[in-house]
Design a protein around this ligand. Sequence first.
Ligand SMILES: Nc1nc2c(ncn2[C@@H]2O[C@H](COP(=O)(O)OP(=O)(O)OP(=O)(O)O)[C@@H](O)[C@H]2O)c(=O)[nH]1
Ligand SMILES: [Mg+2]
Length: 306
Amino acid sequence: MVPSSPPNTPPEHRAGFVSIIGRPNVGKSTLMNVLVGEKLSIITSKAQTTRHRIMGILNGVHEGTPFQLVYSDTPGVVTPAYKLHESMMTFVKGSLEDADVVLFVAEIGEKAADHEVIPLLRRTDSPVVLVLNKIDLSNQQEMDAKMAEWQQALEPAAIVPISALLSANIQTLFDAIVTRLPVHPPYFAEDELTDKPERFFASEIIREKIFLNYRQEIPYSSEVMVTEFKEKDDIIVIRAEIIVERKSQKGILIGDKGSMLKKVGTQARQDLETFFGKKVFLEQYVKVEPDWRSKETKLRQFGYDE
Ligand SMILES: Nc1nc2c(ncn2[C@@H]2O[C@H](COP(=O)(O)OP(=O)(O)OP(=O)(O)O)[C@@H](O)[C@H]2O)c(=O)[nH]1
Ligand SMILES: [Mg+2]
């Protein structure tokens, strides 16, 4: 047998950007966390939870070849109703332009014909892997029919049915991704897990608790800014501002004698302590910024300008 490379030559390295895109609530963030093996992205049952492009980096070796996968979780594709949505869609488009592989996530129940995400895929020449998620809510017959439907509408490079929630068929998906990675040196140092700073994750964890504890417009009208993040030997001191759009929302957020805000704070602190592996002291303030979702200067201040 002829060796494929001379002895002592380091094996080739593969690396690439893998963009996870799809409608809101289809399980993109759940999938990214499963693929990276860390809870980087917040997950809730409400649509439009994710507002940023969040990278999750995975290094490893596949059949003797070292690789680096740079996943991007992205906001769900929506028709913009606010400037905030426009920024969110800019993140989606940027992520598509960078992609070496696209994971287009659709729920098993979605119809393929005239799907609004399909035209967006023209922003990339890279292979599109269609990920049919939530198969735990389906059956073999529906799955076969959906695969045929998508094959006709999109002609993707591959179709992989999965359940991100149950981590089902993730190995098949991983193989479909890693075998499509280009030969390239790593983009990030091996100990880097994400492109976002610690403060970002602190604000996201608080935002997740707001999504989980309030109804109607409150989650969508809320933004969280970490104004102080001080790591000491034995504790992290975090000060966060929760921004809402109206005074009435501030009242609801705080609740009777501060009860609701306290609940959010307690839940957030527990998750922050798990995430950072350290005790956390969390202070929260609620501020009103009228119509911040429609104001460019506010959006920039809140980090929507990358
Ligand atoms: N039954 C089932 N539910 C799932 C699966 N994957 C995700 N979910 C649920 O779907 C909901 C949305 O999940 P997310 O991961 O936040 O979805 P997303 O696509 O990131 O949503 P946005 O950030 O709003 O665009 C959550 O309640 C998840 O628990 C799955 O495989 N099966
Ligand atoms: Mg998400």
